[in-house]
Each structure stands twice: as C-alpha cells, then as structure tokens.
Write a protein that binds this ligand. Structure first.
Ligand SMILES: [Zn+2]
Length: 302
C-alpha cells in the first residue's frame, strides 16, 4: 500500500493555507485562498474546494487548525472571533462534507506540533510554543506529546494573568491584565499608534527600533520585560527545555530577548531558568498548516 498522507489546513481570519503533508512533515504541494467568512456553509464549501484541489488517493485524513478555542469532546469551536464557526461541530460536519476523517485543533497547537516535530523544538520532550500575533497563542508539548487538557481547550497561554485587575483583555475575553494584552502583536500596534500616529503598526515600531529610534527601543524593551515575566511563569510551572517564539511579532525576538531574559532570570526559579532555551520559530507561516497535517495522522493510528 502506498504511504498515507494528510491534508493540513491552516485557517486564518483572512487566508486559508492548505497542503499535502507526509508523516515526517514534508509538504508536497500547497493551495492558498481567501477565507470565506460570510457563513458557516460558505466556509465549509470553501474547505471542500481546497481539499478537492489537493487530494489524491494517498490522502487519508484532513487536519484543520483554526484560530478558536476547541472543545475536543464535542469537536466544536467554542469561541471563534474571526471565522463563522462558533458552536459549529466542525469535526463531524467536516467529515460529512469532505468524506475523510477530520481532526481539528487550535492553530497555535498545530504550530507547536510542527515546530516540535521538524522546527526549532525538534528533539525536545518538553516545549512551550508562543505565537505573538493578534493575540498570544500557546501550545504545550509535555512528556513528548501535545497537551490538550480535560476538554481540549489547552493551552490558552495568552490569557495567563500577568497583572491582577489590570487592563481589560481583548476580544471575547472578560479577563484583566492578561499576557496578550501586554506582549502580543496587537499590543505592539497600539504602542506604534501612540509613538508614530494612528496609521502605524508593529512593523514600523520594529523597523524604527532597528534604526536606533530610542522611543521604539524603549517601548520594545518594556514589552520584552513583560514577555519575560510571562515566560518566567511558564518556566516555573512546566520546566520546559525550550520556549519557541513564533508569530508575526515574534520576528522581533532579537529586540525583545535581552530584556525578556533579564526578567525571566529574576522571576523564574532554578534549575529551570538556567536551562531553558528561548528559540525563534523556524517554520514561518507554514507551521500551522504542517502541524494540522501532522495532527491529522492521529486519526489514522490505532
Ligand atoms: Zn484574556
């Protein structure tokens, strides 16, 4: 029998990136299109089109990574801000639509699996992934496997409390003082607005800091300290071998790392704080797609 492959689909708020994935994480061919957000039906039809354009007889399952909190018991997405999937039993409906076994997961979990398998975290047994984007996505590899928690919703590391009674979190979250309020790409966008005007975003902030603009360097130093505080808690709780930093704003890791490490060394306990490696993600925007494909292989085991 020919080797089985999967299709990994990374669903973003604006784009879908899909590819045929082999068991070792190799991507054979990819497809990209706009995310249909008008309705759940349009979304599922769009997924079916992408899958049809990629599938051949070797494709045995589909993995879908979505920017939503997942309830794996029901196969549903619980909160879904950017795509029309809230409360939708995506796993079951996807299997009916596509005629293949379907695995679903949070997009940051998918990215964590990919970075752990073939990216910056390969070779580790205990790894934390943080994707610094609109929010902060989180994924945990513990004891050599993805940790999903009791209901499948873990790990929402971006909603870790950094400041009691602090500023209101973003989007659906009712929390205050959460990690992603302080250290996400959105947080950097807001800092850029304050420094350079309302049309500015994190890219300008980072570029200005690289050019030596003192205000930009100062702002990113502050954000780096907060990133370090969050990472210190993760080190204290999980004692990981590595924390892998990805996402669009993760590209600024070289500017954030030194202040982050100063805080981490203060706030985290030995021996974890002295052993943990902070690594830049290696797979870029393909991480979610590759990871979704790798997670789909779970459907073919046992
Ligand atoms: Zn929150």
């Amino acid at each position: 029998m020919a080797a089985q492959r999967t299709i990994g689909i990374d669903v973003g708020g604006t784009k879908i990136l899909a590819g045929v994935v082999e068991r070792d994480g190799t991507v054979l061919r990819t497809e990209r299109r706009d995310t249909p957000v008008e309705s759940t039906e349009a979304f599922l039809a769009g997924l079916a089109e992408v899958v049809d354009s990629l599938r051949d007889d070797s494709v045995a399952a589909v993995g879908i990574g979505i920017p939503s909190t997942i309830d794996q018991r029901e196969g549903t997405s619980v909160f879904s801000v950017h795509v029309p999937l809230e409360g939708v039993p995506l796993r079951e409906r996807g299997e009916r639509y596509l005629g293949l076994p379907v695995a679903i997961d949070n997009d940051a979990n998918a990215a964590a699996v990919a970075e752990w398998t073939i990216g910056a975290g390969r070779g580790t047994q205990h790894m934390v992934m943080l994707t610094l984007g609109t929010g902060i996505g989180g994924g945990l590899i513990l004891g050599g496997r993805l940790y999903r928690g009791a209901s499948g919703a873990a790990a929402e590391l971006g909603h870790m409390v950094l400041e009691f009674d602090g500023p209101e979190c973003r989007g659906f979250c009712t929390g205050r003082g959460h990690f992603e309020y302080f250290a996400s790409g959105s947080a950097a966008n807001e800092v850029a607005d304050e420094l350079f005007g309302p049309e500015s975003d994190s890219r300008q902030l980072v570029a200005a800091a690289r050019d030596g603009d003192e205000r930009a360097v100062g702002a990113l130093t502050q954000m780096g300290r907060k990133l370090g505080a969050g990472m210190a808690s993760l080190v204290n709780i999980f004692d990981p071998e590595a924390i892998v930093i990805g996402g669009g704003f993760g590209d600024a890791l070289d500017l954030l790392l030194q202040p982050a490490m100063e805080t981490l060394r203060r706030d985290a306990l030995p021996p974890g704080r002295d052993r943990v490696r902070i690594l830049a993600a290696e797979l870029g925007e393909e991480a979610g797609m590759v990871g979704a494909g790798l997670i789909a292989f779970e459907k073919l085991e046992g």
